[in-house]
Design a protein around this ligand. Structure first.
Ligand code: GLU
Length: 683
């Protein structure tokens, strides 16, 4: 039985109700009936969530902007409210560590953080809060995640001390063959290029998994009524929110692609065709209606009925607004109805005094992070701390960046060769252990020279298995971390793949382009003699890099101890680098959760190029980087340094002690718009 109705958000106003209904569109009696049902459903939600004062109750003043004793409530619209839109920015210095006593949310948009925080304040579980956060992110950060995308979650249950991984990765439709992304037709039209390319076509769209994943996590760990978790999202969609800087930039940046879709055109553009700009008040009645349906009828209503039909119809669209051709996808109602989110075993191992758990395949994130840490364990990284440590994390040392980057090169080499959806392609020797066992990683570590970069690494020899090939992933992802009053933890990375996904919009949300994370070429080059591990197959999940990560103390016997840290980031295949630098920053260099989050994004994929985020104030990019001792030092070791801006979105919570009492500390990435909220206090 679910107890305690959440009353932390305002109920829908009559105006909101009329907006929600007005946006339904359509011309049939069916729609009129749906609208009547919708009105009744929203009224029912209202009845169970009577309006509450916006001021938080005196007993728990949580979910206000922390620092400097401010009493501004996020989303209030009052002066100082961080939910007022910020311009997109490379890096906003000065983020301060946030402290809370019992509960905390770190997410990449203030309104999403607020939604989760209100749920926690009302006694909700970390999973309850995750549902509320995702419902709001899909509205206010649609370029990064949403109902039409996929996600991975790790959950720590404080009572049972168990970590459970949840897989909400999108799947290829049953009709997808290995040629799905490269040819229009297997038999007739093998050479014709796909109109518009795979990404913007229906072929890139996987069956969405985020809603079903939240549903199964809620079945395991939900506490408050499911329908109450969507109230804030519905209210924002109905009453409107102000477009933030990153969203405005994403609309303008994707204008020509979005304008090929009728729904996206109507939503994201003004009548004169100009993109809706920063600070515009935007309502999304269609999204309010979709959320209301999910809230009242459950996740099944997303995978069957009108919503599923709307998704399938949109994937099947074959002409753009201007009449030009779009290759339709082959997703059917059965693909939606048959979609399954999966409970998986997390990838766990020890790192120095810690026990670390990450996401298992089909993400490569957990394995690559564990491999990198295992390789780094053979070096005394503590000797190579950043210098001049300040709020931004200080200046990384040449040897610190060198060692981490070399370890990552080795990990990426294995990832590229061995990791794909393990329901289709087994890992070497059928087990993750073959890739993360200590003797193997010690052998890999011995390939690192202190004097010279290895450039490109060779994968380890783990037997004769299919080769994978890498894909460049884009930036349509976000991450949030939540700790509830009971000490349960959620780390969730959630994505539509590229910014604005496939640019196909239906019912208020964008559909992903996640299938482009598959290799579109099924055969390895140049010989064409073997099949790649990460090729398309019916029902298969594309390999990901997402790496939601949990850290615990290591018990004397090597087992998992108390919760220490939760983190994760967007960033395509660079996610692995962003997560590793945050972990090393906190665990090896003693940075607090904000400093580790802010710290220069550095690391390397398996190429000669080493990334050193030039957006960070500690990096001097003038004179081609030659004035910066870190860049110059890395060049002297043979690294080709890329100091272009990095686009992480790290959200970190660390449990630590203040005055002998356990407290939560949180950090939001200065490269995005997020904040940290909880029952905060100034230490
Ligand atoms: N699609 C990517 C993945 O699953 C993530 C893309 C991003 O971070 O923007 O690994």
């Amino acid at each position: 039985m679910k107890k305690n109705s959440v009353r932390a958000w305002r109920a829908l106003t009559p105006l909101a109700l009329s907006l929600a209904v007005a946006g339904c569109g359509g011309n049939s009696n069916n729609n009129a009936q749906n609208n009547a049902a919708l009105v009744a459903a929203i009224a029912a939600i209202n009845a169970s969530n009577p309006p509450t004062p916006t001021a938080p109750p005196a007993a728990d003043s949580g979910c206000q902007i922390p620092n400097s004793g401010s009493s501004v409530v996020v989303g209030s619209g009052d002066p100082g409210d961080p939910a007022a839109p910020e311009p997109a920015s490379g890096y906003v210095p000065g983020h301060k560590l946030v402290y809370a006593k019992n509960y905390m949310v770190a997410a990449n948009h203030p309104l999403a953080t607020r939604a989760g925080c209100d749920v926690l304040k009302a006694g909700g579980s970390a999973v309850d809060a995750a549902v509320a956060v995702q419902a709001v992110l899909g509205l206010v950060e649609p370029q990064s995640s949403g109902l039409g995308g996929g996600a991975f979650m790790l959950h720590y249950d404080a009572a049972t001390k168990k970590v459970q991984a949840y897989d909400g990765r999108e799947t290829a439709p049953a009709a997808a063959t290995e040629n799905y992304l490269r040819w229009i037709d297997d038999t007739n039209d093998q050479t014709a290029p796909k109109p518009g390319g795979a990404r913007a076509s229906g072929r890139s769209i996987g069956t969405p998994g985020a809603v079903r994943m939240l549903d199964i996590a809620y079945q395991d760990h939900g506490k408050l009524p499911w329908k109450d978790l969507f109230g804030y999202g519905i209210t924002l969609a109905s009453d409107g929110f102000l477009i933030g800087g990153r969203m405005a930039t994403a609309i303008a940046g994707s204008a020509s692609s979005l304008k090929r879709d009728a729904d996206a055109t109507a939503y994201f553009f003004n009548a004169d065709g100009t993109p809706k700009a920063l600070g515009t008040r935007l309502t999304n009645p269609a999204y309010a209606r979709t959320l209301t349906t999910i809230a009242t009828q459950g996740a099944n209503a997303f995978y069957t009925g009108d919503i599923a039909k709307g998704i399938v119809d949109k994937i099947g669209v074959s002409a753009a607004v201007d009449g030009s051709a779009i290759t339709p996808g082959k997703t059917t109602l059965a693909d939606l109805a048959n979609y399954k989110a999966k409970r998986r075993d997390p990838v766990c191992g020890t790192y120095r005094d810690y026990y670390v758990c990450g996401m298992s395949p089909p993400s490569s994130g957990g394995i690559a992070v564990m491999q990198t840490l295992g390789i780094l364990e053979t070096f005394n990284l503590g000797l190579h701390k950043p210098t001049a440590i300040d709020l931004e994390g200080g200046k990384p040392s040449v040897m610190g960046v060198h060692l981490v980057s070399e370890a990552e090169r080795l990990a990426y080499a294995d990832r590229e060769k061995y990791v794909a959806d393990t329901d289709f392609v087994p890992l070497p020797h059928g087990s993750v252990d073959s890739l993360i066992n200590k003797p193997y990683l010690q052998g890999r570590a011995s390939l690192i020279s202190l004097a010279k970069s290895m450039g490109t690494a060779t994968p380890g020899d783990l037997g004769d298995v299919p080769l994978g090939i890498d894909k460049t992933e884009e930036h349509g992802t976000t991450h949030f971390t939540i700790v509830d009053k009971q000490g349960n933890v959620v780390v969730m990375t959630t994505t539509v793949e590229g910014g604005m996904g496939s640019f196909h919009m239906t019912q208020g949300f964008l559909l992903n382009n996640q299938l482009t994370d598959f290799s579109d070429e099924p055969y390895g080059k140049p010989a064409q003699t073997y099949k790649v591990a990460n090729r398309v197959a019916p029902g298969k999940r594309p390999r990901s890099s997402m790496a939601p990560t949990l850290v615990f103390k290591k018990n004397a016997d090597g087992s998992m101890g108390e919760f220490v840290m939760g983190t994760g980031s967007p960033g395509g295949s660079n996610i692995i680098q962003y997560v590793v630098k945050t972990l090393v920053g906190a665990l090896d260099w003693g940075l607090d959760s904000q400093q580790a989050t802010s710290l220069v994004d550095f690391g390397a994929p398996n190429s000669v190029t080493t990334n050193v985020g030039g957006e960070h104030p500690a990096i001097d990019t003038s004179n081609s980087g030659n004035n910066d001792p870190l860049i110059a030092g890395l060049r002297a070791l043979g690294h080709t340094v890329n100091f272009g801006a990095q686009s992480s979105g790290v959200s970190t919570i660390i449990r630590t002690n203040v005055g002998g009492k356990p407290v939560l500390t949180g950090g939001a990435d200065p490269r995005r718009e997020g904040i940290v909220l909880g029952d905060t206090f100034a230490p």
